[in-house]
Write a protein that binds this ligand. Structure first.
Ligand code: GDP
Ligand code: MG
Length: 439
């Protein structure tokens, strides 16, 4: 989405201070991006109001990394809007548990019926019976039967002449006889919401009293999906939503509005035509996707949890007074390592895989191991005050760490340069926050 939003986000990420003007600029971009991503207007308005309040509040302004905090606020609010992860499916006290699939034609009901059945068997060890209640198109029954064959699961159908309500009723009787613990009813759809369809679905609902009614909506239909969800929910009181075709390049802004408008959770996401391409819906990932930022937010969070703010402040103090020692160096390295392999971290940064320097990063990681070994072979005194270093000490350290004297020398030189640089930096940019080191 909006490259502009990404640029704004990037600009704000590294900021040591965020002004009200920055926040205004950023929320304007967020607002445009959300509208562009098909998020409902009213939803956007409420959301922006909350983001502004929080972003200009203490939580952000007094934090060590306000730029990152602002972005986190945006993401938090988006995630919140979509609710927590809710991929649970009801289990009836008196089996079979009945799931009814509803939605417009082409939304993906039949496919999702197969996917859910597969999910229930694979992940919950259940034995579902699939039921063909779309009697208006012979091809629809055939389609479900084909899925049944692929899955090696039974499909209950009574042809195109029978009444969908009767089919559903008899299917449940059959499921009881044959000890199926789940019944998934695939119903008919129309191109648009109409009263005939709704009446039929309501009759099925009253007759079989399903434990779950899942609305299947096509994420690619954008704002329309929201209207559809609203109508179906009014008529049938849904229990959840399955958002399909998220494997396309749709931004999925509809996801945000659906939850906000119906207050029903999005439980699953369809990620392709294949029967195993159904996933639990992750509000957090969706928020990142809507913001178009890859997993950059996860990266920020990782950094935040691992670099404890108090430690960072102490470090800054040490940098300012140039009393930074090898022990501090070791600790910093530990923090970087806690964040996971450098390669993984880089992979989370959008565009990083296109960067030329990535190959070097892999080499660096090996060097880190050596660096750590060298420092660990130093005595306490040597770590605190490298000026005591002489030829015999260096030899001992090289031996102890399985490296060479020239590697030890190189590290000592780098450390010395780093200290000088820190001093310059802190003198030059008084008041600017320390940002950790690069290796
Ligand atoms: P129904 O009319 O609601 O039963 O919809 P179908 O299950 O027949 O699906 C309509 C079309 O959408 C089919 O071609 C499916 O293969 C396709 N489809 C369903 N779910 C997904 C999905 O998550 N991703 C993609 N790419 N295609 C899907
Ligand atoms: Mg169908």
């Amino acid at each position: 989405l909006a490259e502009r939003l990404q640029n704004t986000m990037k600009k704000i990420t590294g900021k040591g201070k965020v002004s009200e003007q920055d926040v205004k600029e950023m929320t304007r971009e967020v607002r445009l991006a959300l509208l562009e991503a098909d998020v409902n207007f009213k939803v956007v308005k409420d959301l922006i109001k909350r983001i502004k309040e929080r972003a200009i509040g203490q939580e952000v302004m007094e934090s060590l990394t306000p730029g990152q905090q602002v972005i986190k606020v945006v993401k938090d609010e988006l995630t919140e809007l979509m609710g927590g992860e809710q991929s649970r499916i009801a289990v009836s006290d008196r089996p079979p548990t009945v799931i009814m699939m509803v939605g417009l034609q082409g939304a993906g009901k039949t496919t999702t019926t197969g996917k859910l059945a597969n999910h229930l068997r694979k992940n919950h060890n259940r034995s579902p019976l699939l039921v063909a209640c779309d009697v208006y198109r012979p091809a629809a029954i055939k389609q479900l039967e084909t899925l049944g064959t692929q899955l090696n699961m039974p499909v209950f159908s009574m042809g195109t002449e029978a009444n969908p309500v009767d089919i559903a009723k008899q299917a449940i009787e059959k499921a009881k006889e044959e000890h199926h613990d789940y019944v998934i009813i695939d119903t008919a759809g129309r191109l648009h919401v109409d009263t005939d369809l709704m009446d039929e679905l309501e009759q099925i609902k009253t007759t079989v009293k399903p434990d779950e009614i899942f609305l299947v909506v096509d994420a690619m239909t954008g704002q329309d999906a929201v209207n559809v969800a609203e109508s179906f929910n009014e008529q049938l009181d849904l229990s959840g939503v399955v958002l399909t075709k998220l494997d396309g390049d749709t931004r999925g802004g509809a996801a945000l509005s659906i939850k906000a408008v119906t207050n029903k959770p999005i439980k699953f996401a369809g990620m392709g035509e294949k029967l195993d391409q159904l996933e639990a819906f992750h509000p957090e990932r969706m928020a990142s996707r809507i913001l178009g930022m890859g997993d950059v937010l996860t990266l920020i969070e990782k950094a935040q949890t691992n670099v404890n703010e108090k430690q960072a402040k102490e470090l800054e103090e040490k940098m300012r007074t140039a009393s930074f020692t090898f022990d501090d160096f070791l600790e910093q390295m530990g923090q970087v390592k806690n964040m996971g392999p450098l390669d993984d971290l880089l992979a989370m940064i959008p565009g990083a895989n296109k960067m030329k320097g990535l190959k070097n990063a892999q080499i660096d990681e090996k060097q880190l191991v050596h660096v750590e070994a060298i420092i660990k072979s130093m005595t306490k005194k040597e770590r605190q005050d490298p000026s005591v270093m002489n030829a015999s000490r260096k030899k001992r350290i090289a031996k102890g760490s399985g490296t060479t004297v020239s590697q030890v020398n190189r590290l000592l030189k780098q450390f010395d340069e780093m200290k000088k640089m820190m001093k310059q930096m802190t003198n030059m940019q008084k008041g600017k926050k320390g940002k950790g080191m690069k290796f």
